[in-house]
Write a protein that binds this ligand. Sequence first.
Ligand SMILES: [Zn+2]
Ligand SMILES: [Zn+2]
Length: 136
Amino acid sequence: MPTESLAGSCLCGSVRFEITPPFSAFRYCHCSRCQKATGSAHAANAFVPAARFAWRAGESLLKQFDLPGAQRFAVSFCAHCGTRMPHRVRGRDDFLIPAGVLDQAPAQRPENSIFWGSRAPWYVEPGQMPCLNEYS
Ligand SMILES: [Zn+2]
Ligand SMILES: [Zn+2]
């Protein structure tokens, strides 16, 4: 497993962080909460132990929404640009990293899709439709 650190940042660049792989888990989550929180078909969540996570800039711009009634579900985001950012999972030693905000490619790949039975009814697997490199 690689041990070089990976950088991550939000769309406006104000919030920056650094993680050191390996991930303790890396998966797509198709649950209805992740659909709402991402505005997409699923989340792509990687997890790293807190000891291997560090904020590098903009921590004061972070806002966090803890879903009332949920055991752990939370959304953290940059208050300036709205990009989802990592957060420490309540009651756990892990940080959840929304993989799309990493600036460099991790060596690991997602290992599974969870809450598959809750997937969006409109979801089509990428292999089942044309994949283009530009707008069509
Ligand atoms: Zn931002
Ligand atoms: Zn989910």
